[in-house]
Design a protein around this ligand. Sequence first.
Ligand SMILES: [Ca+2]
Length: 324
Amino acid sequence: MGHQQNRKKKMIIDTDPGIDDAMAIFVALQSPEVEVIGLTTIYGNVYTSLATRNALHLLEIAGRTDIPVAEGSHVTITKGTKLRVADFVHGADGLGNQNFPPPKGTPIKETAAEFLVRQAKLCPGEITVVALGPLTNIALAIELDPDFCKNVGQIVLLGGAFSVNGNVNPAAEANIFGDPDAADIVFTSGADILAVGINVTHQVIMTDADRDLLEQSGGKFAKYMCKILDVYYSYHHESYNTQGVYLHDPTTLLVAINPSLVTCMEGAVRVQTLGITRGLTIFFNKQKRFAEVNEWTGKPTVKVAVTVDAPTVHKLVMDRLMNS
Ligand SMILES: [Ca+2]
């Protein structure tokens, strides 16, 4: 462990900013355990071009324009162009309708998938990919380089609703619903995968009172978040009747830093790609030996988070935003 303690975890954040994406990116930049080596962008909360613009903008706010942004896919893995974009959750601009000025920076020439493949090859086993949007870029990286699954350290993804209702409809969680075919490729790829679903992230809530604390703290990132959080709070008040918001992306980011914040089950996950349950994630715990071969038979094992140390995650998010 000795030399490991000083070594920062190299992270690439695949993101669709997104209000809770912005929070996760800020938490990452405030985490001494982490070196963010790049952001890759994807549609989801907004279209990909706007996700790229927002990623560049957030790095400018943070004074971290040294971090490259690689633009991701504009279409699903099956070249689908009818995308579901959750602008009613995050605002038309993805960042709480603040009409921020356009960023000065531009994305690098490489695509997100090319960047992921190259970085994983450069530091085999060392890169943690934190996937906070639909999984198209990750699936494209897997298709681009058969060794990507071996080269990447761990993929920690926000996705799925394991044994609970989805948040797009009763079956599907938003990131998986965004590209179910890509999600199924990723889950069955054989890479080291830890899935954090909304069954876990719905346990981590930032309350209305927490927002007041952020405002009072005067922390740079805390104040920025307070500007953009209104839309996100309104959505939660209306849709869930909660006095607070779910910290999906920041929870996933912190789990990527420290997986012991969650406990996991291990087994195979398949994703429904068709029909009324499109986007449904079905976990098989590999305990029964079925008499007949099925679509889970022989598929690689992934980790699926089942419990979370919510108080610790909550405290880390608050502390890192306030002390900025
Ligand atoms: Ca996201």
